[in-house]
Design a protein around this ligand. Structure first.
Ligand code: HMG
Ligand code: MG
Length: 298
């Protein structure tokens, strides 16, 4: 069966804007987050406390976070290491995400570490965040395919998922960073994780839509009991350190499907589309989301 409600983890302001060539002004980012909240999204990933040279688009995290901190929504932020966690905690952020890789190539490209060195880097971050009463999401990238290594074996993914859960993550997000997954592969991974004691209740799915499979993959995940789905308003996104990554599953496309299935999201689709059209105007190009285009006559 399918769930009656899905929690959407909105990543447009982070995954979306980290990949824009032009740096979006801080006040525009803040207004984007406010509009997303007003459209009914309850979990809005706000920014990343990463090295500013690695992701210059999000170098204004210290300026942005206080502008949105009082909104009545969850505002998770990415933190790669203890330095990032310090910066986030200093601003009162209590929902953080570390981001691991299932493959060595991407661990090196994204974190300048091996897979296990990155896990060792996260361990004190997770422990400290939890000691401060925080909630920790563990992202895992390249769960299906990797641009340098090709198809990624399920066992390799399961191993890193277990390591992230063992160090104390509250939830995981399974990333198809380059959008190559197909529904059978999604099902296979979720079944394997369940068999290894990692149930769907702690899992979110994070599909990029490079090959147009994100919605089909989401439906496959819902059928396996997943109820947390990552998406980005207007389909913004990508990863600057992953060759051939394009935008995430568009939140509007996801909401259209979920509401059509009678699944509650709390999102006002009209307000969300208006937000993405507004953001597309700021970025100077139309949204790639089919639903945004259909509903806005762009
Ligand atoms: P490094 O060069 O190995 O850094 O980068 P280091 O640990 O050697 O430190 C070097 C210097 O950087 C030090 O300064 C640190 O203090 C400073 P120095 O002592 O030399 O003056 N530094 C920092 N400064 C500010 N904030 C920090 C920080 N950390 C160190 N947090 C590092 C290692 C992890 C920092 C770097 O690789 C990095 O920032 N990577 C982030 C890459 C990134 O953000 N990628 C995109 C997000 S992941 C993604 O999009 C995938 C996802 O969407 C899921 C999916 O689709 O699969 C989540
Ligand atoms: Mg991503």
């Amino acid at each position: 069966g399918l769930p009656t409600r899905v929690r959407i983890h909105e990543v447009g302001a982070r995954d979306g804007l980290q990949n824009e060539k032009t740096t979006v002004p801080t006040e525009v980012k803040a207004e984007f987050v406010r509009r997303l909240a007003a459209a009914g999204l309850g979990t809005i990933e706000a920014t990343s406390f990463v090295h500013p040279k690695w992701v210059p688009q999000l170098a204004d995290a210290e300026q942005l976070f206080p502008l949105v901190a009082e909104l009545p929504v969850e505002l998770p932020v990415l933190v790669p290491n203890e330095r990032g966690l310090e910066r986030a905690l200093a601003l009162g952020a209590r929902r953080v995400a570390v981001f691991a890789s299932a493959t060595e190539s991407f661990a090196k490209a994204n974190l300048n570490r091996t897979v296990d060195e990155a896990l060792a880097m996260f361990e004190p971050v997770v422990a400290r965040a939890r000691a401060e009463g925080g909630h920790v999401r563990g992202y895992l990238s390249m769960c299906f395919g990797d641009p340098w290594e090709g198809a990624v074996p399920v066992d390799q993914v399961v191993r890193v998922c277990k390591a992230l859960m063992d160090m104390g993550c509250d939830e995981l997000s399974l990333g198809d960073t380059i959008g190559v997954a197909t529904p059978g592969h999604v099902r296979e991974l979720l079944v394997s994780l369940g068999a290894q004691g990692i149930p769907a209740e702690v899992l979110g799915v994070h599909f990029h839509d490079t090959y147009g499979q994100a919605l089909a993959n989401t439906l496959a995940a819902l059928r396996q009991g997943v109820t947390t789905v990552d998406a980005s308003a207007g389909g913004l996104g990508g990863c600057p350190y992953a060759k051939s990554a394009t935008g995430n599953l568009a939140t509007e496309d996801l909401v259209w499907m979920l509401h059509g299935l009678g699944i509650d999201t709390g999102v006002d689709l009209g307000r969300l589309v208006a937000t993405s059209v507004w953001m597309a105007d700021r970025l100077g190009r139309p949204s790639p989301s089919r639903t945004v285009r259909a509903l806005s006559h762009q």
